[in-house]
Design a protein around this ligand. Structure first.
Ligand SMILES: [Zn+2]
Ligand SMILES: [Zn+2]
Length: 306
């Protein structure tokens, strides 16, 4: 069974849409929650093509205000109104986006049928953006030409799973089940002790996903993304274009791979490819010389975090 934590790639190119690729956007599904990260031009149409349930999205995270990361937003927000959306939407964004959207909707006489809640991010320090009992989503500064943040999605595992066979054989009551799941031993009236270790599976490792686009080589993110299951890191340029990467505050393949290696992540996913590259396999191969477990962010594909 596929896992309940997945990333669908909507767009994987850098600013200029080319080679059949679109600018950046990713759809994240975590249990019953649905998020969008960045919203480059054409995102809503690509979501239709890939059968992404876009009406379910409840939070949108915008990394920075370069057009290839948000020019699709006004279209998506307007389409939500045309389909009579009622559910509010939260947008986590650097300062400025609210004014942009309000100006666009004012001059185009667009009226939203739902509430848009803007939550301003800052690119100065790490910050928890949203947290509940199952997930913590935070932002952290990247190194780019304008204020830019990465995003970290961390699962929270607080409950232990019960060993099913024990429920019947010990005729566990609902209260006993809840107690064991919450990691408390049960003492029955006759003095029998039902221990957490004996009745539940060990706590599984919490899953995590880190998103880093756009950024120059920036070692300060390493402690934040340490050991994540999946790291998305931009590789706008191949290994030979170091000077251009430095000038534009982007990363080369080898720089992204070095970050993945130093942060000891499980897997590296690369994207935000310059339009000069027809095929991204060559970029992946360069990464693999430093970090073997590298994959390409292929548009339309869903990657599961187990
Ligand atoms: Zn970009
Ligand atoms: Zn940018």
């Amino acid at each position: 069974m596929p896992s309940d934590f997945s990333i669908t790639i909507i767009g994987s190119n850098s600013a200029l849409a080319a080679q059949g690729r679109f600018p950046t956007a990713q759809y994240i599904s975590f249990k019953s929650k649905h998020f969008l990260i960045d919203c480059g031009e054409g995102t809503q149409f690509r979501m239709n093509d890939f059968k992404v349930p876009k009406a379910h999205i409840e939070k949108i995270f915008i990394s920075h205000l370069h057009g290839d990361h948000f020019y699709g937003l006004i279209g998506l927000l307007t389409s939500y109104s045309l389909s009579n959306r009622i559910k509010p939407i939260e947008i986590y964004t650097p300062k400025g986006l609210r004014e942009i959207i309000e100006l666009q909707s004012m001059y185009s006489d667009a009226h939203f049928t739902y509430e848009i809640i803007y939550k301003e991010t800052q690119a100065l320090s790490n910050e928890v953006l949203f947290e509940d009992e199952s997930i913590c989503i935070s932002s952290f500064p990247l190194k780019h030409r304008i204020p830019t943040t990465g995003f970290l999605f961390q699962e929270k595992v607080t409950e232990r799973k019960l060993i099913k066979e024990k429920i019947n054989s010990f005729d566990l009551s609902v209260d006993e089940i809840i107690q064991l799941k919450n990691q408390q031993n049960v003492v029955r009236n006759d003095g029998t002790i039902l221990s957490v270790e004996e009745f539940t599976h060990p706590i599984t490792k919490a899953r995590s996903y880190a998103y880093c686009s756009d950024t120059a080589y920036f070692e300060e993110i390493i402690p934040i993304i340490k050991n994540v299951d999946l790291l998305y890191h931009e590789t706008t340029f191949d290994k030979n274009l170091v000077a251009l990467a430095q000038k534009t505050n982007h990363s080369t393949t080898l720089e992204a791979a070095r970050i993945a290696s130093l942060a000891e992540v499980k897997q590296l996913m690369i994207g935000h490819f310059s339009s000069r590259y027809k095929h991204s396999e060559m970029l992946m191969d360069e990464c693999k010389t430093i970090f073997d477990n590298t994959i390409i962010a292929i548009e339309g594909e869903t990657f599961y975090i187990d």
